[in-house]
Design a binder for this molecule. Structure first.
Ligand SMILES: [Zn+2]
Length: 950
């Protein structure tokens, strides 16, 4: 893929005080057609029809526009793209629609605790400074508080003032000769106008957070069930300290999770479960006016009760760092790791690369465009001291996100834009004094020299007759090992995946919840010893699949086996490392995790759809409900029996010899000392056939304060075949852009509109999803509009020319021929084949062969058979509608709200439309998933292990 990104040195800090969100609004408006290409959707349509994509983002001081497409389309795409900056139309008639798009974007951001916290922090800045703004914009700032004339004039003025060539940077990547690329750029961009005006001057706004409002304690009511503590300091801008990155040195140590660390101590007390420190390097945290430094901790309920002691312990650690002073040894370790990861960096996709490059071109001198954000150039102890000395109690902002307040407090204030409920209080003087004087605890120490650092980066010699796909190199009743040595990427890295398959029945909610429990806890136990490995750029992950747990390990190959041995050790010692206090804390965390998933309409919609489709599926509600009653003994028994009987499927790829691969696996099997399983005891997951016609499942969102709704219309086909899968894929490619244009741009049903092909345990289908808002439309209206679009797409297909069809085929084949940019992609593809037990390693080739044979007639016929538009012979539709609340956020707080969640069993509230019940053509309303599933025909079993590919 080729890609280009243009970044302009202006953002929300330049919003007029009277119209917050102006910069963001302009970012949307500028894409609505140009004089040369006046169609509103011309660019989007051109890009997406050819398998590319485009997007834009508005930050505090930058606005970035980017796209990717096939190389052959680059010149045309660049021409269309450049016109937005030469002569955009920004017509009056586009205003209403894009304003709605901004409102939808804001509505989707509303239930985010991160954005809510960000907004509250911005409101604590000096009123007069550009920081105290509302970057999102919504109908209030762009419609109610401004006349259409003023908005129209304003957005044009803003563009003329700021969208000037001398403040733009452009990055392009394509596999084309340099002079040709240069020619393209000159041809397309030479006419971008320049006004030579300086950017807005913010120099007068130095200490914008030096306000009494900032140095207080805020309790925020979160949307999600979390208990989070955030300590934030506003430092002077650190942009010019990019050569030494002093804040990254401090966060490296404060965020350490190994032995002797702040986290290790707080975790032992079961007060804190995870920690992160530093700053996300994003525009709102790291800009020309200030740099935030934040220590963020996920607390247990016990930890929340000891809030001031937790903070005291944090200062005890900070005071140790101040006392010991900057350590060159640690800086050098950081520098070495930075250098190594830069040298062996995994190649980003073209579009990611140009996006960050175009932004970095604003921040660094030309010689550091590429390395400026990555490398540690120089050790600067004074800068480190400056950062450390800024971390003092009296300059600190404290935010606690929690649903239950300490006695005597109520959420008595409301943030203006997000409606976040919160309360503030002064930090007691005696607390401040205690924190200032906190002395270093004896349990603390600086990170020890890292034993996981790679020293040997030798690449193995090439072999002749090298296999194209993984080969099975070991097969016993206990283990099956697939292996492929890498000769393509030639990097000193490797990937290992172990699938621990266990017959204990992950098909019942209790075992499934226990498996989640086990995975969460083992990672907490493991981190003390495994953290240095992650620092040395090795990584590990635990995932729950339907037949067991998958452990993945990857990174520089030299010491990966040490990490695997460590994980094995923790699997064996799980029960002896387990304490009842930790069990209780993690149980609460898990309950909150399930609940938070249920709060999100999109994950609820997906979960209900799969619950309806898949036999023995464990829904989030079931897992949530069962977790309340899990006991310490349940978990101990699970952990013990989990490793007793196993079948282990392994894939190893990378810079590893066959002998080494076999050795690593044999060591693992020997130490686990497990017995093989009975292959017939695998849990079986089968998919039910949706009855012919329309089936509705309408339910209420669990978040009664949220107006976001989701409608997914799923159309089921049948068992997998390569041919059917490529038919659906090509259909998705054809309908994608018209779908977006109709439902999002024209009808403004919602900000997120998408379609995708589905492979559910080997049963194919496709779905169209719209994230809508209950304040604007009912889910039934959205559902009907999706159906109307299906009709429109039928006409589109009927009129499609053979030529257009051949082009689409060609584009799809091209994307399938796109070479992997990283070993990880190849590894993940092969892993899917193994985990799903399909073993179709040449799937892409088979798909290409089928696409080549495909005719337009076949595609049209498929569409007719599976939608309402034709014979309906195979029309099996399941419409999942999660309805948000149109009065979301405006309802009075019900008393005892907190109490209801404690130990309470949740149930989905189904909504049935009585009006249409007696109509023969009326849809079938699902009001009980279990009853509906009882009567379904189950498709024969296919060897799939994983629920869905996407
Ligand atoms: Zn936007």
């Amino acid at each position: 893929m080729a890609a280009a990104s243009l970044c302009i040195g202006v953002g929300s800090f330049s919003d007029p005080k009277t119209v917050p969100g102006m910069a963001h609004f302009l970012e949307h408006m500028v894409f609505m057609g140009s004089e040369k290409f006046p169609e509103e959707n011309d660019f989007d349509s051109f890009i997406s029809k050819r398998g590319g994509s485009d997007n834009a983002s508005t930050d505090c001081e930058y606005t970035t526009f980017y796209f990717e497409c096939l190389e052959k389309d680059l010149l045309t795409a660049l021409d269309k793209f450049a016109q937005f900056f030469i002569s955009p139309l920004m017509k009056r008639c586009s205003i209403t629609r894009e304003r709605e798009a901004i409102e939808s974007e804001f509505q989707m951001a509303l239930p985010s605790d991160t954005y809510r916290k960000e907004q509250l922090l911005a409101s604590l800045a000096d009123d007069k400074s550009p920081v105290n703004t509302f970057t999102w914009g919504n109908l209030i700032t762009l419609r109610d508080n401004v006349s259409e004339d003023d908005l129209y004039k304003g957005v044009h003025e803003f563009r003329k003032r700021h969208y000037s060539a001398h403040r733009m940077t452009l990055a392009i990547q394509a596999r084309l000769p340099m002079d040709e690329l240069e020619k393209y750029v000159l041809e397309c961009f030479s006419n971008v106008p320049s006004n030579d005006l300086p950017p807005d001057d913010f120099k007068q706004f130095t200490n914008v957070f030096d306000t009494p409002k900032f140095t207080k304690m805020y309790y925020i009511q979160p949307v999600n069930e979390v208990i989070q503590l955030e300590l934030t300091w506003a430092l002077p801008s650190l942009l010019n300290k990019y050569k030494s990155k002093p804040h990254q040195y401090v966060s490296w140590i404060l965020g350490d999770e190994g032995k002797g660390s702040l986290l290790a101590y707080l975790k032992k007390k079961v007060w804190v479960l995870s920690i992160s420190a530093g700053n996300g390097e994003s525009g709102s945290e790291h800009n020309s006016l200030y740099a935030f430094f934040t220590i963020s901790m996920s607390l247990t309920e016990e930890g929340f009760k000891h809030l001031n002691e937790v903070i005291e312990i944090v200062f005890s650690y900070i005071n140790m760092l101040k006392k010991l002073g900057p350590q060159e040894r640690l800086y050098n370790e950081m520098k070495i790791i930075g250098d190594i990861s830069f040298k062996f960096a995994t190649e980003e996709t073209a579009v990611e690369l140009v996006e960050s490059l175009s932004e970095d071109m604003h921040l660094y001198p030309p010689e550091d465009y590429i390395t400026g954000s990555e490398l540690f150039f120089e050790y600067d102890p004074d800068a480190i001291k400056m950062v450390l000395n800024s971390l003092v109690p009296e300059k600190m902002n404290v935010i606690a996100l929690c649903n239950k307040l300490p006695a005597g407090l109520t959420f008595d204030q409301t943030e203006k834009w997000f409606g976040t409920k919160y309360t503030e209080k002064d930090i007691p003087n005696e607390w401040l004094k205690k924190w200032q004087k906190a002395t270093p605890l004896k349990e603390f120490s600086l990170p020890a020299p890292n034993q996981f650092l790679t020293e040997n980066f030798t690449i193995l010699d090439e072999e002749e007759n090298h296999a194209e796909y993984p080969e099975k190199i070991l097969s016993t009743p206990l283990v099956e090992v697939w292996y492929r040595k890498d000769q393509k990427f030639k990097l000193p890295i490797a990937y290992y995946n172990f699938y621990f398959i266990n017959p204990m029945g992950l098909d019942v909610p209790k075992t499934a919840a226990l498996a989640d429990f086990y995975m969460t806890l083992i990672q907490i136990q493991l981190v003390d010893e495994a953290y240095p490995a992650t620092v040395a750029q090795l990584s590990y992950s635990f995932k729950c699949y339907d037949k067991g747990i998958v452990v993945g390990v990857s990174g520089y190959n030299e010491k990966l086996h040490v990490l695997i041995e460590l994980i094995t050790k923790y699997m064996l010692n799980f029960n002896s490392n387990l304490t009842e206090d930790m069990f209780k804390a993690v149980k609460n965390k898990l309950i909150k995790y399930y609940y938070n998933c249920l709060l999100k309409p999109t994950s609820l919609a997906k979960d209900v759809r799969l619950d309806i489709l898949v036999d023995n599926y464990n829904s989030l509600v079931d897992k949530y409900n069962v977790t309340h009653s899990l006991t310490f003994d349940d978990l101990k028994k699970f952990a013990e029996s989990f490793i007793q009987n196993l079948f282990i499927m392994v894939l190893i790829q990378g810079n590893v010899t066959k002998e080494h691969a076999i050795n690593v696996v044999n060591n693992l099997v020997t130490s686990l000392n497990c017995k093989p399983i009975d292959p017939h005891s695998y849990p079986k997951f089968r998919v039910g056939q949706i009855p012919n016609g329309e089936n509705y499942c309408v339910l209420e969102s669990f978040n009664t304060n949220d107006s976001n709704s989701v409608v997914t219309n799923y159309y089921q086909s049948g068992p997998f075949s390569v041919k059917n899968s490529v038919i659906i894929e090509i259909l998705m490619l054809i309908i994608q852009e018209p779908l977006f244009d109709t439902l999002r741009t024209k009808e403004q049903l919602g900000y997120d509109v998408s379609c995708s092909n589905r492979d559910t345990f080997g049963i194919l289908g496709f779905s169209i999803t719209v994230n809508a808002q209950a304040t604007k439309n009912t889910t039934e209206h959205v559902q009907k509009r999706i159906e109307a679009f299906i009709q429109q797409a039928s006409d589109l297909l009927k009129c499609m020319t053979e030529e257009a069809f051949e082009t689409t085929k060609h584009d799809l084949i091209k994307t399938k021929r796109c070479v992997d940019v990283h070993l990880k992609e190849e590894f993940n593809r092969n892993w899917s084949e193994i985990a799903d037990e399909d073993y179709m390693f040449d799937r892409l080739k088979q798909e290409i062969a089928e696409i080549e044979k495909l005719t337009l007639g076949e595609v049209q016929k498929w569409w007719q058979a599976h939608t309402l538009c034709g014979s309906k012979e195979n029309f099996r539709k399941l419409s999942i509608q999660v309805a948000g609340f149109s009065d979301g956020g405006t309802k009075p707080e019900t008393s005892g709200d907190e109490e209801k969640k404690e130990g309470m069993q949740l149930a989905i509230k189904f909504i049935e439309d009585n009006k249409v019940q007696y109509d023969a053509e009326a849809p079938n309303f699902i009001t009980s998933v279990a009853t509906f599933k009882q009567n379904l025909f189950l498709f024969p079993l296919v060897g799939k292990n994983k629920i869905e590919n996407n």
